[in-house]
Design a protein around this ligand. Structure first.
Ligand code: HCA
Ligand code: CU
Length: 390
């Protein structure tokens, strides 16, 4: 069964301007657990004392998900992570000659020695620890280096190899640069060594292809996919949790345990604390995701919602809705009147026509019309005008 690693608290907090306090992190983690993600990556304890505190609190909160820390390939960092009580540890280190030379002034062999030393050490500290090794910027690093480092990491005790598309470089259907190819090749190369680890993907969205690439990797049999709420993260962020789940529920063969009805509250919480609003047309979660507007659409969905909906809003614990504006027709006004408990007015065709005319006028202000709050007054003013003109 495909597993989801949520990194809202780690990668997501790498969104410029975003800060989640330990209490907020715990609340977000609790919602992620209710949604049913498998692993919650909380952060790198070396970055700040508060992050170490948040990891410790979440690791002790009795959640079903595995709780993870993220750290560089250093014994000290591993110790700090393990002190937080995690059962998942992500260790990352580059295998690109250029990067190793520029940043650390070492070659590949020394890098691999370091990776082996640190992973062997981590494994000795905790038997049941899940250890992930990520060759940073995996997909742009020489494949032979990735394979050599992955084999060494696995032999030293790592359980998972993550393919990081750190710069959003891959693209589906490309003969070479696709994650489908990458996952297949890595699995085949490791199988030659009789190594069958779990494979994870971490897809950045620089080209707007993070979700497409993640699904491409899924098609190739990847085991774990990284996501964040709202797709938060460095630069253009990574895969969005809700968008991935809504695509996987139709695809996974086994019965899944994701509880999508918690997504809205989770997204509202993250939006509030990140001070980043959810755009209205955001798939699944946006306020317009199940709202019908133009006359032709509203007419059709009044008969059968499936005519303009391939998703059932009930799985998200929500219902479809109606918007009023310049695109509206008579049916929308009738439905809106029903919504505010004034269905007795529907038979007055002249009044309905006047309300529609007025709605189209108001719509020119260019902001949404709130049916509950604004329609009653619009109805009254149209009724009065009608009385006066008679
Ligand atoms: C980072 C880079 C990273 C790491 C992913 C991983 C990436 O911000 O440290 O350790 O699995 O995109 O490569 O997020
Ligand atoms: Cu990343």
């Amino acid at each position: 069964m495909i597993q989801i690693l949520d990194s809202t608290l780690r990668e997501g907090e790498q969104t410029p301007g975003v800060y989640f306090s330990p209490a907020t992190k715990l609340a977000i983690a609790q919602f992620l657990d209710l949604v049913g993600v498998d692993i919650i990556e909380v952060g790198n304890p070396v970055v700040d004392r508060e992050i170490a505190l948040a990891i410790t609190q979440i690791a002790n909160a009795g959640l079903k998900a595995k709780i993870g820390a993220h750290c560089l390939c250093r014994i000290d960092d591993v110790n700090q992570a393990l002190d937080c009580g995690v059962n998942f540890l992500g260790i990352f280190f580059s295998v690109s000659q250029q990067r190793l030379q520029q940043d650390y002034n070492i070659g590949l062999e020394s890098a691999i020695e370091k990776i082996v030393e640190v992973i062997t050490y981590a494994r000795k500290q905790k038997d049941n620890l899940l250890i992930r090794y990520t060759p940073e910027d995996t997909v742009r690093s020489p494949l032979e280096n990735v394979i050599e480092a992955a084999i060494a990491a696995l032999k030293a005790g790592a359980n998972i190899i993550s393919i990081a598309d750190t710069t959003g470089y891959t693209t589906p259907f490309h003969p070479i640069r696709s994650l489908y190819n990458y996952v297949k090749t890595l699995k085949e190369e490791l199988a030659k060594q009789e190594l069958y680890p779990q494979i994870e993907v971490h897809c950045h969205n620089d080209r707007g292809l993070a979700l497409a690439n993640a699904l491409d990797a899924y098609r190739a049999g990847v085991n774990i996919i990284d996501v964040t709420v709202m797709g938060l993260g460095e630069r253009a962020g990574i895969v969005d949790l809700a968008e991935l789940l809504i695509n996987l529920i139709d695809t996974v063969e086994e019965k899944h345990c994701w509880e999508l009805s918690y997504l809205q509250e989770l997204y509202d919480l993250v939006s509030k604390h990140s001070h980043i609003s959810i755009f209205p047309h955001h798939p699944v979660i946006g306020k317009n995701a199940f709202t019908h507007y133009a006359g032709i659409h509203v007419n059709a969905v009044a008969k059968d919602e499936a005519l303009y909906q391939s998703l059932n809003p009930e799985i998200l614990g929500t219902k479809s809705s109606l918007a009023l504006g310049i695109q509206s027709g008579y049916t929308a006004i009738e439905l809106a009147l029903q919504q505010i408990g004034r269905s007795e007015l529907i038979k007055d065709k002249e009044l309905v026509a006047n309300i529609l005319f007025k709605i189209k006028e108001i719509a020119k202000r260019g902001t949404p019309i709130n049916i509950e709050k604004e329609l009653p007054a619009i109805v009254e003013s149209c009724a009065i005008t009608k009385m006066i003109t008679k």
